[in-house]
Design a protein around this ligand. Structure first.
Ligand code: ATP
Ligand code: MG
Length: 241
């Protein structure tokens, strides 16, 4: 894999948007899901997270979203210190990120427009902003014409594009996606990663877990590989992926 040069790296050293220092996570069952993870991700990067089942990929993502807490080490995300952050401040962190789920998680009783609008409604946006931004997000993912459809009337790929629009609509600094293409066909997977790549080009940092080697090969992004809870390869760290 070619070494990817991130444009911002050429200008000056900058504060990472995500930093893990000596992070370990052991679940209550005693499973060591992550061990001594050290990583820096800069604003504007697109990073694939790969590794076999049980390697710790979802745990890594959950720590970033503060869905789980680390046992040791220090995590900062978007300027928030997750180690000392109080539970009541977690919504502030989440507002800076868009999350795309493998199983879409759309609200079945709401149409496409309202599913996306809901993400803005819960953060207190005005009706006018909601109408404008939801329409923009739906056109970005090519679903302007499906605004009035119900989720059950859409294909898997279309449902995931609604999930993507919902993640985008609050203009997050960071998009977190744990196997967003896990439930869609290969062509749609390619399209979803293309869309994420376009969004990334406009400045949003993207972190995406995938099992799909073809995607990793076809898109020239940074690749972090986990194995047994450790980072074993990172093509931006001067090592081989
Ligand atoms: N809530 C939990 N409680 C206990 N153990 C867990 C929990 N979640 C994950 N684990 C364990 O932690 C390890 C890492 O799991 P994780 O879900 O991070 O793997 P993954 O890389 O995402 O795997 P996959 O590719 O199958 O999604 C596994 O051994 C898993 O069984
Ligand atoms: Mg997982």
């Amino acid at each position: 894999m070619e070494h990817q040069i991130v444009p911002s790296e050429n200008i000056k050293p900058q504060k990472p948007i995500i930093e893990f220092r000596g992070v370990s996570k052991t679940y209550q069952t005693g499973t060591h899901a992550l061990e001594d993870v050290n990583i820096k991700i800069n604003p504007g990067e697109f990073v694939f997270v790969v590794g076999s089942s049980g390697a710790g990929k979802s745990t890594f993502m959950k720590l970033i979203m503060r869905e789980e807490k680390a046992n040791t080490g220090k995590i900062t995300v978007n300027g928030f210190n997750l180690t000392t952050m109080k539970r009541k401040h977690v919504p502030l962190l989440r507002r800076t990120m868009g999350i795309v789920f493998q199983d879409f998680r759309l609200i079945p009783t709401m149409n496409v427009f309202d599913n996306v609008a809901f993400a803005m409604y819960v953060v207190g946006a005005s009706g006018r902003d909601i109408r404008r931004e939801v329409s923009k997000a739906l056109s970005k993912v090519g679903l302007g014409h499906k605004a009035r459809s119900m989720p059950a009337q859409l294909s898997g790929g279309e449902q995931q594009r609604v999930g993507l629009a919902r993640a985008l609509v609050n203009s997050p600094d960071l998009i977190i996606a744990d196997e967003p293409t896990g439930n869609v066909d290969p062509n749609m997977s390619y399209e979803i990663v293309s869309m994420l790549t376009e969004i990334n080009k406009l400045g949003t940092t993207v972190l995406m877990v995938t099992h799909d080697h073809n995607l990793v090969r076809d898109f020239n992004h940074r690749v972090i590989m986990l194995d047994g809870g450790r980072i074993v390869a990172d093509n931006a760290a001067g090592g081989e992926a």
